[in-house]
Design a protein around this ligand. Structure first.
Ligand SMILES: [Zn+2]
Length: 339
């Protein structure tokens, strides 16, 4: 095994032109490499060398070779002493670090801490608080809060295509005293929905979950989301909520009446129920309070872990690192928000 920091300059220098001697990596090829850490303690030891960190992020961020974030040119030069690159094209801000244009941009925190935090967040089943991250990494809670939110951006799953086969669709309420009650049960008790966020979830059985905050539970809000995310002809399982009426024109719509039973054979939304309980355990146990504005980030984080549940810790970590680029604009929305 070659030392990860060997040939750093040569590797980054003219990158794509003379990279034939060393392959650039993707998540799947990286996973097979024997120097990729497998546990948190491995990761912390491995990333104590700042050149190892740099190389690791470069390989996952630019699998086709270092690219100027401003003009997309690959004709760049590595300035070894400063560990930055300079684009050979003529434009302002020719010099850039690996952090430019990513969730790391503008952060003084070393990549060693970032990578350790990424490992922790990607693999904390019930989520992790900024206090825990602060203690573990020896950084301030405020700084840990930003790290946590930025890493969540990297965990946002890009959704492609539609869900098919058997799809469970369900809705839940977050916030307020009734947050752990299913809609059917709450309705039976005649409680209002004031002050609670509505979250809708769609789960392809044995597959992907998609969750989002909704303005309400009316049919005109929920039905278009089913049509947007589920391919026609699929079997859709919902509860008896009236808003789902009419889905049977495009889908095999199976309804479970929760007042009677939680499952009738394979007619149930238990997969979504499991996801809700994971989500709520995380929110209640770890985050203490979730401001409605930030709720979608927690949803993304929990959906990421759920959708990568068949992967191992190293695989989940690599996916997060690989998706750090291109999230900078969204990250700007974080600035100035209350913690
Ligand atoms: Zn350039």
């Amino acid at each position: 095994m070659a030392g990860p920091s060997e040939h750093l300059g040569a590797h980054y220098g003219n990158n794509i032109l003379d990279s034939a001697d060393e392959p650039w990596y993707t998540v799947s090829t990286m996973k097979k490499r024997n120097d990729v850490p497998q546990t948190l303690i491995d990761a912390i030891r491995y990333f104590t060398d700042s050149d190892v960190c740099l190389r690791f992020v470069v390989e996952l961020r630019w699998p086709d070779g270092v690219t100027c974030p401003r003009c997309e040119s690959k004709d760049v030069r590595f300035l070894a002493k400063r560990r930055i690159w300079e684009c050979k094209a003529k434009h302002p801000k020719k010099q850039f670090s690996v952090k430019v244009g990513t969730i790391f941009e503008g952060s003084a925190l070393g990549l060693d801490k970032w990578l350790a935090a990424m490992w922790m967040i990607a693999n904390a089943k019930n989520g992790i608080s900024s206090y825990e991250i602060a203690r573990a990494l020896g950084i301030t809670q405020k700084s840990a809060w930003f790290v946590l939110h930025r890493i969540r951006l990297a965990m946002q799953t890009e959704t492609f295509g539609k869900l098919g086969g058997e799809v469970e669709v369900d809705e839940t309420f977050i916030g307020g005293k009734a947050r752990n009650m299913h809609y059917g049960k709450r309705k039976a008790k005649g409680r209002g929905t004031v002050g609670k966020a509505v979250v809708m979830g769609l789960l392809e059985r044995h597959g992907e979950v998609r969750v989002q905050v909704m303005p309400g539970i009316r049919g005109r809000m929920l039905r278009p989301e089913v049509q947007k995310h589920v391919e026609p002809g699929a079997t859709v399982y919902t509860d008896e909520l009236l808003s789902y009426r009419g889905l049977d024109t495009e889908y095999a719509h199976m309804v479970i009446n929760h007042a009677e039973a939680y499952a009738k054979g394979n007619v149930h939304t238990n997969g979504m129920e499991n996801f809700w309980s994971l989500l709520k355990r995380g929110i209640k146990g770890t985050y203490v309070s979730v401001e409605p504005f930030h709720l979608f980030r927690y949803l993304d984080e929990q959906a990421f872990r759920f959708n990568t549940r068949k992967d191992n810790d190293a695989g989940r970590f690599l996916r997060v690192v690989a998706s750090v680029a291109g999230k900078r604009l969204e990250f700007k929305n974080l600035i100035g928000e209350p913690s």
